[in-house]
Design a protein around this ligand. Structure first.
Ligand code: SAH
Ligand code: SF4
Ligand code: F3S
Length: 488
């Protein structure tokens, strides 16, 4: 067990600055670390300049992401030195996937770093901080924690307080599954996040209920392969992601459910059926394929073909006709020919995505693809990426244009840039701007979209699902649902 009591000689409040890189799971982990530290007398601060503790929650997925950490450590060292000259101490910690992958190597390259701990050690933060403080006082070694003990992590991390959750807003992430056993030949995740584990159904439902009680209306379930979820339920069975979603849909207040990231091989029939059955399950699915070429898919160890993927999307669209797809693509995987790349362009045209992330292949030490002799020239990768991104942008614009004139539910998240303007999200994750009172934040408004501009939609609110908190026009009652209506 972790001792989370406050040492008697510590000042009541110290400041922590956490910088988050990488994926949504790191965003979730940063929130959990903030919660652990608030039990230790730390308050979060927005800048490293006044922080007693700086944590870099890092990403190792591509070289650029990992290298950025070292330049940030350099900046943190300068702040540490400036603060030291006025008698203040600063601890620098490296957490996240670079910490897991590089461990003690980080402190050899950057001796200013006081502690290094991977994603499975966040529940041990109080103990690690005490060790780092002891070392600063001349006792013991620098704490380095890179063991895999994810089960313990989830059992011991404290629950977010209602106040912390309210402060974070109306949408929340909830990690249900972590790690990956798929070993795609380009990817570091199986090495940085460890083997796939699922949190128990009891834990997930309890956390979701706390979120709903604190006013969260949309929950995005997270996992590196979230649709491989198989959490232990109180009935002794392992529940699939679909079963979990049906249970979450019963929680009052949780009006919107999403999940990410899914692997095509784990899209079970029951999950596809859930998309047809559950109005709470938003009609937007991130389902990366990485490449449109069977040769490259095999070399990536994705273990499905282009045709398998397209058939799968057809089945999903049959279940939920208004579903919009998003994906991830890698260009310039070793051995990728012009023909392979054209196959990627053609699958993007065939699927017609609402949005996509695309990346140049980045060789990662320790992964099989990094050692292949057929690495693609950097200039060619750039050329291909630009062509692919131009196509993807065209598709995103076309998707946005296709909803102009429609009336849709918008979950209002925050104030817009202009006074009197609000911003929310459509069921398809598009940002929607419209005018209205701030009392509408946290509500689902029925909005008529009248134009699109770059990646945003603009419209007029017609009604809200909680009219007592802020009237719009003359409409009352629940926002009109357009579930089932096609988006294009
Ligand atoms: N679990 C998810 C992906 C997690 S990583 C899946 O199976 O699809 C997020 C994205 O980063 C990947 O989908 C991939 O497109 C990209 N990526 C991962 N490793 C990469 C590498 N070595 N070079 C470039 N892009 C990479
Ligand atoms: Fe990486 Fe592949 Fe696992 Fe996704 S499925 S996290 S790309 S190894
Ligand atoms: Fe990056 Fe780790 Fe997420 S490598 S993408 S932070 S799982």
């Amino acid at each position: 067990m972790t001792d989370q009591s406050l040492p008697p000689d510590q000042p009541a409040t110290r400041k922590v600055f956490i910088k988050t890189y990488g994926c949504q799971m790191n965003v979730y982990d940063t929130e959990r670390m903030t919660d652990v530290l608030s039990g230790q007398g730390f308050v979060a601060t927005e800048t490293a300049d006044d922080a007693d503790l700086v944590i870099l929650n890092t990403c190792h997925i591509r070289e650029k992401a990992a290298e950025k950490v070292y330049s940030d450590i350099g900046r943190m060292r300068e702040i540490k030195e400036t603060r030291a000259s006025s008698g203040q101490s600063t601890m620098i910690a490296v957490a996240g996937c670079v910490a897991q992958a590089e461990g003690a190597e980080i402190t050899r390259r950057a001796p200013t770093v006081d502690m290094v701990f991977g994603p499975q050690s966040y529940h041990r933060l109080p103990e690690l901080i005490r060790q780092a403080e002891a070392r600063a006082a001349g006792f013991g070694a620098r704490p380095i924690a890179t063991d895999f003990e994810a089960d313990e992590k989830f059992e011991e991390l404290p629950a977010a307080s209602g106040a912390a959750t309210r402060a974070r807003g109306v949408t929340a992430f909830l990690t249900v599954q972590e790690g990956c056993d798929k070993f795609c030949t380009f990817c570091v995740v199986p090495y940085t996040r460890g083997a796939e584990i699922s949190r128990s159904v009891t834990q997930v439902l309890a956390e979701a209920r706390r979120l709903a009680d604190a006013g969260v209306r949309e929950v995005t379930l997270l996992g590196q392969n979230v649709n491989a979820y198989h959490g232990l339920a109180p009935d002794g069975a392992n529940w699939s992601l679909a079963r979990l979603l049906y249970a979450l849909a019963d929680i009052p207040g949780l009006d919107r459910l999403r999940y990410t990231t899914s692997h095509p091989r784990d899209m079970g029939d029951d999950l596809i059926a859930a998309h047809a059955d559950l109005p709470q399950l938003m009609p937007y699915l991130h389902l990366p394929v990485q490449s449109g070429s069977d040769r490259i898919l095999a070399a990536m160890n994705r273990r499905h073909t282009r045709a398998d993927y397209l058939r799968l999307i057809e089945r999903i669209k049959t279940a939920r006709p208004d579903i919009a797809m998003s994906g991830d693509f890698i260009v310039g995987f070793p051995g990728e020919t012009d023909e392979d790349f054209e196959a990627t362009m053609s699958i993007v045209r065939e699927v017609s995505y609402a949005a996509c992330f695309s990346f140049k292949y980045s060789p990662r030490a320790g992964t099989p693809a990094a050692t292949l002799a057929t690495q693609v020239d950097e200039g060619l990768k750039t050329e291909r990426l630009l062509r692919l991104q131009a196509l993807i942008n065209d598709e995103t614009y076309a998707f946005n244009r296709s909803v102009v004139g429609r009336t849709m539910d918008v979950l209002v998240e925050k104030r817009g840039k202009r006074a009197g303007q609000l911003v929310g999200r459509s069921p398809w994750l598009q940002p929607v701007h419209f005018d209205g009172p701030e009392t509408l934040i946290g509500q689902i408004c029925c909005v008529n979209v009248d134009r699109t501009e770059s990646f945003s939609l603009f419209g007029k609110a017609l009604s809200t699902d909680r009219p007592e908190a802020g009237m719009i026009g003359s409409s009352t009652g629940r926002a009109i649902r357009i579930t089932g209506e096609t988006a294009r």
